[in-house]
Design a protein around this ligand. Structure first.
Ligand code: UD1
Length: 386
């Protein structure tokens, strides 16, 4: 079976690596007599759109996650949303004509996801969407448009949660003859289970950072912030309010802020900066370094979807710098707190979360760490019946 996987942006490398590993394991499985299968059961072709291209946003993930080198690199890079999506669409179509895969596998909600799904659907190739069914119900987010359209183009909808299945059902997308809708769990959970110990052993980021004093880097002392959502970074008022909140927190506590290139660019454009000496701006960090930073932080402040769940899995309290989230389970269970982007609300939220105990015992809301295996198995089984 030939699968064509499309990736392009940082979080997709993490998700695709988990499924790629499951494919390699399956291909390597020995048969009944202990012999290795004579032919590969799944042949995966990897396409990189080029949406993320800096070493720290791209190559380092391929290195750490042992992702195979892309078979095709489309070199699209940064441009407006329409232009970026259109360039990808055109170039993916050419690859699909050449490769003729049986399924196209796309991840998450980026422009690379939508372009991959649309190109495949137009070529009559079934689309498999990993992380299907998520909704923030905020149509001003480019990701929400990408999610909704990708789901409606897909034949296989691999949902990370029960709520995602219900969201799809409300839009008329249900499990049946033509469409597979399954709650398989979250591939990012598979990944964190696999890499948490490795990160703990291998990452030296806490020593390497050499920030402030040795005291500041003790586990549970520093705050970790990440910020990259266009809805936050591209609005000077919102971005300024968030940076002010970090300044307030940074007055008394060390804060580590790995800067996404978009955020750095917008801070320069709007001439915004953080003033507190104890806020450490650093380059974007690798996956293993990020896991280490997250698991030892006192608290995380973020607008990232991935980091919200990773904080939950690593049991680090997390403030979500958005007005709504598609990962409502982490908030409903009292682990994460949704605070928006107002300076006062962020600082108050930080104090509230510091002083409170999570409402519920941490539950397995995102599957059992075997989402990737299930995805591969379902694709194989369904292919047989097509
Ligand atoms: C994209 C996704 C977002 C995802 C995020 C993960 C869309 C609409 N958004 O947002 O859902 O959460 O990736 O990071 O697809 N840049 C560089 N180097 C890079 C990549 C980007 O300098 O390697 C700069 C460019 O100036 C670019 C800006 O960052 O214009 C934004 O990059 P882009 O890929 O457009 O979107 P992200 O903000 O990364």
């Amino acid at each position: 079976m030939k699968i064509l996987t499309i990736v392009g942006a940082r979080p997709q490398f993490v998700k695709a690596a988990a499924v790629s590993r499951a494919i390699r394991v399956l291909n390597d499985l020995r048969d009944f007599h202990g012999r290795r299968g004579s032919k590969q059961r799944i042949w995966e072709i990897l396409v990189h759109t080029g949406q993320h291209y800096d070493y720290s946003m791209n190559e380092v993930f391929f290195e750490e996650l042992a992702l195979p080198k892309p078979d095709h690199h489309l070199g699209v890079g940064s441009c407006s949303h329409a232009q970026q999506t259109a360039l990808m669409l055109e170039r993916i179509e050419t690859i699909l004509e050449k490769e003729r895969p049986e399924v196209v596998l796309v991840y998450g909600d980026t422009n690379s996801t939508l372009a991959g799904a649309l190109a495949a659907a137009k070529a009559n190739i079934p689309v498999a969407h990993v992380e299907a069914g998520l909704r923030s119900y905020n149509r001003s987010m480019p990701e929400e448009t990408n999610r909704v359209l990708t789901d409606h183009l897909s034949a296989f909808l691999f949902c990370p949660t029960a709520l995602a299945v219900r969201n799809l059902s409300r839009e008329g997308i249900r499990d049946g003859e033509e469409t597979v809708v399954k709650n398989v769990g979250d591939v990012m959970y598979d990944s964190i289970l696999y890499y948490a110990d490795i990160a703990e052993r291998k990452s030296t980021i806490l020593q390497d950072l050499k920030l402030f004093s040795a005291e500041d880097l003790r586990p549970g002392t520093y705050y970790l912030a990440t910020l990259h959502r266009a809805g936050n970074t591209d609005h000077p008022k919102r971005l300024s309010a968030i940076l002010k909140a970090l300044d307030e927190i940074g007055r008394e506590n060390p804060v580590i802020l790995p800067l996404h290139p978009r955020t750095q660019k917008m801070m320069e454009t709007y001439q915004l900066r953080v003033r507190e000496r104890r806020i450490k701006l650093i380059e974007p960090v690798s996956y293993l370094n990020m896991i280490k930073l997250m698991s030892h932080a006192r608290m995380i402040l973020t607008d990232s979807g991935g980091v919200q769940r990773e904080a939950y899995w690593l049991r680090t309290p997390c403030l979500v710098l958005r007005e709504e989230t598609e990962w409502v389970e982490t908030v409903n269970t009292g682990w994460n707190l949704l605070v928006g982007t107002d300076t006062k609300k962020i600082v108050e939220g930080m104090k509230r979360l510091e002083g409170s105990k999570p409402r519920e015992k941490r539950r397995e809301l995102f599957g059992d760490g075997k989402a990737s295996e299930q995805i591969v198995q379902i694709l194989l089984e369904r292919q047989v019946h097509r």
